[in-house]
Ligand binder design. Structure first.
Ligand SMILES: CC(C)(COP(=O)(O)OP(=O)(O)OC[C@H]1O[C@@H](n2cnc3c(N)ncnc32)[C@H](O)[C@@H]1OP(=O)(O)O)[C@@H](O)C(=O)NCCC(=O)NCCS
Length: 140
C-alpha cells in the first residue's frame, strides 16, 4: 500500500464512500455544505485512490462530533481507522487552551463500539451518562 494522507475529500468521493457502506443517501448540496463546514477532515489514499475518510465537527467551544468514519472493506483491520481517529483527536487536543475541555461525541454504527472503546470512548448509557439519542428530520 502506498499510503497518502490528505485533508481534502471531494463530494463525489464522500458519496462513493457512503454508498459503499450502505448508509442513508445524502443530497449533494448537503454533502458540499457538510464538507465545507467540517472543522477537520482526513482522507487516506492508496496512491491516487481514496480508501478511507473521517471528519470532525467542532463549534469552537466545548462540543465536537466525530462522524463519517469509513474504511473501504478491502482496507479494514489494518489500522487505518485508528490512524484517522487518532489524528483527528490529536488535532482537537491541539486546539485546547488552558482551562478548556471538549466533549467529543459520536454515534457508533452497530457492532463498532469495541473499535471506539479502544480509542478512549465510553459506551453509553453508563454511570453518570444516559443513552445517546438522535433524530432524523426530512424535508418535504
Ligand atoms: C469501523 C471501522 C472504521 C474500523 O476501521 P479499521 O481500519 O477496520 O479498524 P483498525 O484496523 O484501525 O482497528 C483498530 C482496533 O479496533 C479493532 N476493531 C476494528 N473494528 C472492529 C470491530 N468491528 N469490532 C471489534 N474490534 C474492532 C481492531 O481489531 C483493532 O484492535 P487492536 O488495536 O487491538 O489491534 C471500519 O471497519 C469501517 O469503516 N467500517 C464500516 C463503516 C462503519 O461502520 N464506520 C463506523 C461508523 S460509526
Amino acid at each position: 500500500m502506498n499510503l497518502i494522507q490528505t485533508d481534502v475529500i471531494t463530494p463525489e468521493d464522500f458519496l462513493y464512500f457512503r454508498t459503499l457502506m450502505g448508509w442513508t443517501p445524502i443530497a449533494m448540496e448537503q454533502i458540499e455544505n457538510g464538507l465545507k463546514n467540517s472543522a477537520k477532515m482526513i482522507c487516506l489514499k492508496d496512491g491516487d485512490t481514496p480508501i478511507a475518510m473521517a471528519r470532525l465537527l467542532w463549534d469552537g467551544g466545548y462540543q465536537a462530533q466525530l462522524c463519517d468514519v469509513m474504511v473501504l472493506p478491502a482496507y479494514q483491520r489494518q489500522g487505518l481507522g485508528r490512524l484517522m481517529v487518532t489524528s483527528l483527536k490529536d488535532w482537537l487536543r491541539s486546539q485546547l487552551k488552558p482551562g478548556w475541555s471538549i466533549k467529543l461525541n459520536l454515534s457508533a454504527a452497530p457492532g463498532k463500539e469495541p473499535f471506539y472503546e479502544k480509542l478512549g470512548f465510553r459506551r453509553r448509557p453508563c454511570e453518570g451518562a444516559g443513552s445517546g439519542m438522535d433524530q432524523w428530520m426530512a424535508g418535504e
